[in-house]
Design a protein around this ligand. Structure first.
Ligand code: 5GP
Length: 216
């Protein structure tokens, strides 16, 4: 068996941060480039679509009633109310990706992270992204210019509360330089993919090595 073909279990990589810290930029760039080997989980939400967003690509936009139906059928792996809207992760795509031994990236908040960790703890890796300063966070939200001033104020108020969840995460990145953030993300992925506990084929590989020794 070649070392590269040693099987492993897939995992869920969760990125959380207050709005404007850069998490969505990171997640979308990574999900759009197949060389990262990460499938993006597409959440459902009751929030209004922003002009730049595509239904079914960035989110699946649904009404409150459809959300309630998904939730009551247990079709959501996790869900939460964030900034007055409902968001949830459809369960089935996640199960399919993990069963195939691939990894998936989630852009969800700390409430959802807790639920996913409670259900799939060994198969979850969590990263919290902090802005370099609150002034930078505000200016990113304003530059994005996709939300009303009232929404921006609400998001900033929530940011203070969300930032306090940083210590529930495995890794913390301060996003003052996007290239650096990508490099850190790559480092985390590489290490997590090499973790012994996920590498189901290691036993057989080592057995093979030992039997070779016996033959020489
Ligand atoms: P936005 O409205 O800016 O796209 O997202 C607002 C917040 O909701 C972000 O913190 C984002 O990570 C979170 N979020 C997006 N999708 C989900 C989801 O499916 N579940 C949970 N728990 N949070 C989500």
């Amino acid at each position: 068996m070649a070392a590269q073909s040693i099987g492993r279990r897939g995992f869920i990589l969760i990125l959380s941060s207050p709005s404007g810290a850069g998490k969505t930029t990171l997640t979308r760039a990574v999900a759009g480039d197949p060389s990262w080997g990460l499938d993006l989980s597409i959440s459902v939400t009751t929030r209004q679509r922003r002009p730049s967003e595509i239904d079914g690509k960035h989110y699946t936009f649904i009404d409150r009633e459809a959300f309630e139906t998904l939730r009551s059928r247990d079709d959501l792996l996790e869900w939460a109310e964030v900034h007055g809207n409902f968001y949830g992760t459809p369960r089935r795509p996640v199960e399919r990706v993990l069963a195939a031994g691939r990894d998936m990236i989630f852009d969800i908040d700390y409430q959802g992270t807790r639920q996913v960790r409670a259900k799939l703890s060994d198969d979850v890796v969590t990263i919290f992204i902090l802005p370099p300063s609150m002034a930078e966070l505000r200016s990113r939200l304003e530059r994005r210019a996709e939300d009303s001033p009232a929404t921006i104020e609400k998001r900033l108020a929530n940011a203070r509360m969300e930032i306090q969840r940083w210590n529930e995460y495995d890794y913390v990145l301060v996003n003052d330089d996007l290239d650096e953030a990508f490099r850190s993300l790559q480092g985390i992925l590489t290490a997590e993919r090499l973790k012994r506990s996920r590498r189901t084929g290691l036993n057989d590989f080592v057995e093979g090595l030992l039997s070779e020794i016996g033959e020489t």
